[in-house]
Design a protein around this ligand. Structure first.
Ligand code: SAH
Ligand code: SF4
Length: 363
């Protein structure tokens, strides 16, 4: 029987050191391996000249550096969004998106293949749950985006003039949002392990403040995140300010009702001393009314919060329509009246089926 290789990206730096030590090599080599992969973007053991040949042979036989292959790719016409469909070892497909808005490079990554939460407007919810991703599969998505950035830097035309300063390092990925396919707090252990690898100062070194986890409102996960020392940003997908309306859009609200969710959010803000983001998918005539805007203003009053309003991306199995710009602005003004900061996210890249799970569904 062929034993599948373990993925390099499943290892924390300490675990890699322990593995290398168990093979009777100095931990110095583990630090070098880590740096080759995460700092220099090297993707083959044979391309690491400072690693002893015997160690290379062992790595070649036991640890894989492979990234999931791209099976479909779409670039938005405005040039700001690139979406990739990646094939996992078992043939499942997940989406990873590279976004370049307002000068920031952000990767939107998936935490599960499919999703069990069943939100009615979400393409991933409509496809159902397949499985949790491993930490390595989560980190690998970031490495894929890192590779894309390095490649576009290599492919960029070089200036003809003589350089007077060292060449700039490639455009670096600094922001990660766990807003792709899946519910990250339903896959807590693997997601947090991936987050810890991504935060490693000698590795990808993504600042905790630049990692945002979006949840549908899995209360035990929010409480656990509040209690642990991992200062990432939290976004809660609210979508409605009353229990009945929310449960109609987000079925798991029956299990984790709005009142208890708000208690968990207040606990999080108190414990972490950090504001919470609330995501609100704007659906025309459904949750974009002035009554809903006032209800959310009252619900979140006094909480350190920001609301991100996102007009619906229409999906195949949901007949709602996105809110128009004027209505979104009026909704926002009502929130401002309650002292609640908010943003209206533009539906960029709509032409590449940029909504969560939509490229996978299209295939
Ligand atoms: N499961 C997590 C994270 C993934 S979904 C969550 O639900 O928060 C990321 C965000 O995309 C959520 O706020 C979700 O409500 C939103 N979303 C999903 N489908 C959408 C669609 N068709 N149009 C607009 N927003 C959508
Ligand atoms: Fe799952 Fe989030 Fe989609 Fe809801 S919106 S089905 S929680 S991925």
């Amino acid at each position: 029987m062929v034993v599948p290789l373990r993925s390099f990206h499943d290892f924390t730096r300490d675990e890699l050191s322990a593995l290398v030590a168990s093979w009777n090599f100095s931990p110095v080599h583990a630090a070098r391996l880590w740096s080759y992969v995460y700092n220099d973007g090297v993707r083959r053991w044979a391309d690491m000249p400072e690693v002893p040949a015997r160690l290379c042979g062992r790595l070649e036989a036991e640890i894989s550096l492979a990234l999931p292959p791209v099976t479909a790719e779409a670039h938005s016409t405005d040039g700001f969004t690139r979406k990739y469909l990646l094939a996992l070892g078992d043939g499942r497909r997940i989406e990873t998106v590279l976004m370049r808005f307002t000068g920031r490079v952000t990767a939107c990554i998936s935490s599960q293949a499919g999703c069990a939460m069943g939100c009615v407007f979400c393409a991933t919810g409509q496809m159902g749950f397949a499985r949790h991703l491993t930490p390595g599969e989560i980190v690998a998505q970031v490495m894929h985006i890192d590779g894309v950035l390095r490649k576009s830097d290599r492919d960029a035309p070089q200036a003809k003039s003589v350089r007077t300063s060292p060449p700039a390092r490639h455009e670096r990925l600094r922001n990660i949002v766990l807003m792709g396919m899946g519910e990250p707090l339903h896959n807590y252990e693997a997601v947090m392990r991936a987050v810890d690898i991504l935060r490693d100062q000698n590795g990808p070194a993504i600042g905790a403040k630049h990692i945002t986890l979006s949840t549908v409102g899995v209360i035990p996960g929010i409480v656990r995140l509040a209690d642990e020392a991992r200062p990432i940003q939290l976004a809660v997908s609210l979508h409605a300010a009353t229990q009945a309306e929310r449960a109609a859009l987000v079925p798991v609200a029956q299990r984790w009702p709005l009142d208890a969710l708000m208690d968990a959010c207040r606990y999080y803000v108190g414990k972490q001393q950090r504001r919470i983001f609330f995501e609100w998918t704007l659906i025309a005539g459904r949750n974009d009314t002035t009554e809903q805007a006032h209800a959310v203003g009252r619900l979140l009053r006094g909480l350190q919060a920001q609301v991100n309003l996102i007009p619906l991306n229409p999906t195949r199995n949901y007949d709602g329509a996105p809110t128009d710009h004027g209505t979104a602005r009026r909704f926002q003004e009502i929130l401002t009246g309650y002292g609640l900061p908010s943003t209206v996210r533009q539906r960029r890249g709509i032409d590449i089926a940029a909504g969560c799970g939509q490229l996978a569904t299209a295939r």
